[in-house]
Design a protein around this ligand. Structure first.
Ligand SMILES: Nc1ncnc2c1ncn2[C@@H]1O[C@H](COP(=O)(O)OP(=O)(O)OP(=O)(O)O)[C@@H](O)[C@H]1O
Length: 265
């Protein structure tokens, strides 16, 4: 799997005129990598992910998955959103199975795959439960199982833990890393949470605001495998200072133009 974004540009026509959300974005993600894009509110993170998912079209530039241009959504890219997107009338297992059904996967294989991924996310005991019976973290685990069940080439995550409380968020980050390691999935995640990006990623793209551009690409090498205590390690703090500095530099520029202040970070 190789994802490549070349000279990506996105402009929206709004009632107040045209707005450049993304400008000259170049990035790549290699097989098995966990990469995050971090940026302040309005830096075009969701727009970038939606374009890669094929839910919207670029104004200019191209997105290639294994050399093939993205022209719309496809099973090669699994999505997990911040808001809970499970069908409320379907059981947990039916939700996980649904994408496979749409792809025409035979029933027995669908069942096997659903059972396997529910096991992976630790929710085998909730196969028959309805989404309303689950906590926020459990719902996101189902969403991850659903995305993984289609065995995408890359998992695209749009602030998947943004709606969770701090403790659940930390548990989910740890959980996601374990899944990433055990399934060799390639992950591209966007977040405005700097600690989350450093904790999870092997590489980070720091985005500037309005228009969103890649300000810096950072390789992350923590002294040991990520575990929650690593967030207190001096090396972790150095990365955090560096990313925050990059975002704040950008914030001065943004605040002087009376747009969003960097306080959203
Ligand atoms: N469909 C649209 N029509 C017009 N403008 C849009 C549209 N979608 C996004 N924008 C604008 O593009 C810019 C980037 O938005 P986007 O949602 O991608 O940012 P973001 O970094 O994900 O922000 P947040 O962290 O607040 O979700 C914003 O100024 C937003 O108002």
């Amino acid at each position: 799997m190789h994802l490549e974004v070349n000279q990506l540009h996105k402009q929206f026509n709004t009632r107040r005129g045209s707005l450049t959300a993304l400008k000259n974005i170049n990035l790549h993600i290699e097989e098995g990598e966990f990469v995050c894009a971090v940026g302040a509110s309005g830096s075009g993170k969701s727009t970038l992910l939606r374009l890669i998912a094929g839910l919207d079209t670029p104004t200019a530039g191209e997105i290639l998955v294994d050399g093939m241009q993205v022209t719309g959504p496809g099973p090669d890219r699994g999505m997990v959103f911040q808001s809970y997107t499970l069908y409320p009338w379907m059981s947990v297992a039916e939700n996980v199975e649904f994408g496979l059904k749409l792809q025409g996967v035979p029933k027995q294989r669908r069942r096997q795959q659903t059972a396997y991924y529910l096991e992976v996310v630790g929710l085998s005991g909730f196969a028959k439960a309805l989404p309303k019976e689950l906590s926020g973290g459990m719902k996101q685990r189902v969403a991850i199982a659903r995305a993984l069940a289609s065995q995408p080439k890359i998992l695209l995550m749009d602030e998947p833990f943004g709606a969770l409380d701090v403790q659940t968020k930390e548990a989910m980050q740890q959980f996601l890393l374990e899944i990433w390691r055990s399934t060799n999935t390639t992950v591209f995640m966007i977040t405005h949470d700097v600690e989350e990006a450093i904790f999870l990623s092997q590489r980070i793209y720091v985005l500037s605001s309005r228009p969103g551009t890649v300000k810096q690409e950072l390789q992350i090498q923590l002294p040991s495998e990520s575990h929650p205590q690593i967030k207190r390690h001096p090396v972790f703090q150095q990365y955090k200072d560096k990313v925050m500095r990059l975002l704040c530099e950008d914030g001065h520029k943004v605040s002087s133009s009376l747009e969003d202040l960097p306080l959203a970070i």
